[in-house]
Design a protein around this ligand. Structure first.
Ligand code: PGA
Length: 247
């Protein structure tokens, strides 16, 4: 797989913003880029953007959420079946903001992954420690526990087609990127852990947390880092273009 760069717009953007964003993107994206680029706008705009990006090579779409059900009496939800219907490739699952503001626990996250795989949407599972766990050197333990639940539920198969996003919570939106040694250490640990559990030898692990053009190159060039998940900097189209054009 090509390394992937995902733009997580979170709850930002509108039609005017989108038109301008993709006009500039189309003009400035190089013909041959080294990465797959996936845009994750608010779900409402997925279909609209899908039409705009039809002919742009390497560009895919990621949903920010998915429901555990495929259809039924679940007012306000969006299902994997529907995402698949309009050609969406990935969905974020278990982002720390959803764990915090929407009370998503391991069980919900596990069911969302199942629903996503059932509907042929590739899950991007977000994991990562908070500041206290980081200070107390518990980063590995926290990541392990977040993965353990999925493994315990005896669904090793789900790891065959999943991306893990390591996002230390203390680095998200704070301007404090984790240092490269720490990121490498955790990525290696996650890959080793998954391998040790005899799940797969090549799980893809991407990094997220205050990535800017300034630090993106060093991070994406690392052997154990398979891509980037970018929030704030992906909203600034000029900054984002610089990142995706990194050689
Ligand atoms: P950030 O967000 O780049 O603004 O830190 C990353 C994320 O939450 O995915």
């Amino acid at each position: 797989m090509k390394k992937i760069i995902i733009a997580n717009w979170k709850l930002n953007g509108n039609l005017k913003f989108i038109k301008k964003y993709f006009k500039i993107l189309k003009k400035n994206i190089k013909k041959e880029i080294n990465y797959e680029i996936s845009i994750s706008p608010p779900i409402l705009y997925l279909q609209y953007i899908n039409k705009i990006i039809k002919n742009i090579k390497y560009l895919t779409l990621t949903s920010q959420n998915i429901d555990i059900h495929s259809n039924g009496p679940y007012t306000g939800e969006i299902s994997g079946l529907m995402l698949n219907d309009i050609g969406i490739k990935y969905t974020l699952i278990g982002h720390s903001e959803r764990r915090k503001f929407h009370n998503e626990d391991n069980k919900i996250i596990f069911n969302k992954i199942k629903s996503s795989i059932k509907n042929k949407i590739i899950p991007i599972l977000c994991i990562g420690e908070n500041i206290n766990d980081y200070i107390n050197k518990n980063s590995e333990k926290v990541c392990k526990n977040q993965l353990k639940y999925l493994i315990k539920n005896n669904n090793k198969k789900i790891f065959n087609n999943i991306i893990i996003a390591y996002e230390p919570i203390w680095a998200i939106g704070t301007g404090k990127t984790a240092n490269i040694n720490h990121i490498n250490k955790i990525h290696k640990y996650i890959k080793k852990y998954i391998k040790r559990k005899e799940i797969t030898n090549n799980i893809n692990v991407i990094y997220g947390g205050s990535i800017k053009y300034k630090n993106a190159k060093e991070i994406i060039k690392q052997k154990y880092i398979d891509g980037l998940l970018i929030g704030n900097s992906s909203l600034n189209i000029n900054e984002f273009i610089k990142i995706i054009n990194i050689k």
